[in-house]
Design a protein. Structure first.
Length: 293
């Protein structure tokens, strides 16, 4: 069984981006600039945005964070989005989700300029994804595709089962794996909470992508011998043996699944670091779009 080391692969990607950014700066050009809007004080969102900032700095990009209180009005948040849309120094930005209940997320996402939408959530970019056109691909599925490519996982002609159909992971993942392109061309089954017999589906998978949001739900008896497993889930569960009092686990029960599969992404160190790497890749893409104009 091979561990697909997302951390190491993401480090390679970051080095490649850092080299590219250094060359741009040496040539007298400005650095790419990623911005983030964060509303409120959700711990997971804070951690994610802090990691984006840190990684931007690591590769030599400019990073800025716009923080707003939980009670910001929808109109004021839309004005903040418009400000970043019009700032010529910002190549791309994300609005960290979830947003407070009184704000319409769809409205905010639709207000982002599609050529700055490095999360790839704008309906225009999602539409391009469906049509197989060049676009910003949501960071987690984008990172997983890059991970499978760089880890030399054969996808063409394989049966890929995706558990989950969210807009940010499951649905784009299923679309990307079924695309007529190199490093895709899989036959895809997408499962969700209304799938009557999940195990009957997952045991057919050559490649199983778990984006279900339930800690260690995928057990060894749900997996075909020799399958490749991509674990998207991230959960903190109590662990009194750790100084922090918790450990991170995925949607896959690593202990029972890893002996059966041919390759697996660990949690932590699998999909998570690739999500950040993909966001940096999307920022470079936005930079090239803007500087080519
Ligand atoms: P989500 O929006 O909660 O979607 C979960 C999906 O799983 C839904 O489509 C749901 O079906 C399906 N589901 C729930 N219970 C099920 C069951 N018993 N059997 C089959 N399907 C079931 O979650 P998400 O945003 O896609 O995220 C999924 C996981 O990935 C979470 O653990 C999240 O923390 C993690 N994540 C990690 C990263 C990373 O960078 N590593 C990034 C994003 C997300 P319905 O549609 O029918 O409700």
């Amino acid at each position: 069984m091979k561990i697909i080391d997302g951390k190491a692969i993401s480090e390679t990607i970051k080095k490649e981006i850092a080299t590219e950014v250094a060359a741009l700066i040496d040539a007298g050009k400005r650095a790419p600039h990623m911005a983030a809007i964060i509303v409120g004080h959700d711990g997971a969102s804070e951690t994610y945005v802090a990691s984006k900032e840190k990684n931007c700095r690591l590769v030599g990009m400019t990073s800025s964070v716009y923080r707003y209180e939980e009670n910001i009005s929808e109109a004021d948040l839309l004005a903040a989005v418009e400000f970043l849309n019009n700032d010529p120094d910002v190549d791309g930005f994300i609005v960290q989700l979830p947003l407070p209940k009184h704000i319409d997320e769809n409205k905010v996402i639709a207000a982002i300029r599609p050529d700055k939408d490095i999360d790839g959530f704008h309906p225009c970019n999602m539409g391009k994804l469906v049509l197989g056109q060049d676009t910003f691909i949501p960071a987690t599925p984008c990172g997983i595709m890059e991970l499978l490519k760089r880890a030399d996982v054969e996808t063409a002609g394989k049966h890929c089962v995706v558990i989950g159909r969210s807009h940010i992971v499951g649905t784009p993942m299923a679309l990307l794996m079924s695309r007529n392109s190199s490093h895709a061309n899989a036959t895809v089954t997408m499962c969700h909470s209304k799938t009557p017999d999940l195990k009957a589906m997952t045991t057919q998978a050559d490649i199983l992508i778990a984006a279900v949001g339930k800690p260690e739900m995928v057990k060894g008896d749900m997996v075909k011998e020799g399958a490749v497993i991509v674990d998207v889930g991230v959960h903190r569960i109590p662990d009194p043996t750790k100084a922090s009092g918790f450990k991170l686990v995925g949607d896959v029960d690593f202990a029972s699944v890893s002996p059966k599969c041919s390759a697996i992404t660990p949690v932590p160190g699998g999909v998570g670091p690739m999500t950040i790497a993909a966001l940096l890749m999307n920022t470079m893409k936005a930079y090239h779009i803007h500087t080519a104009k």
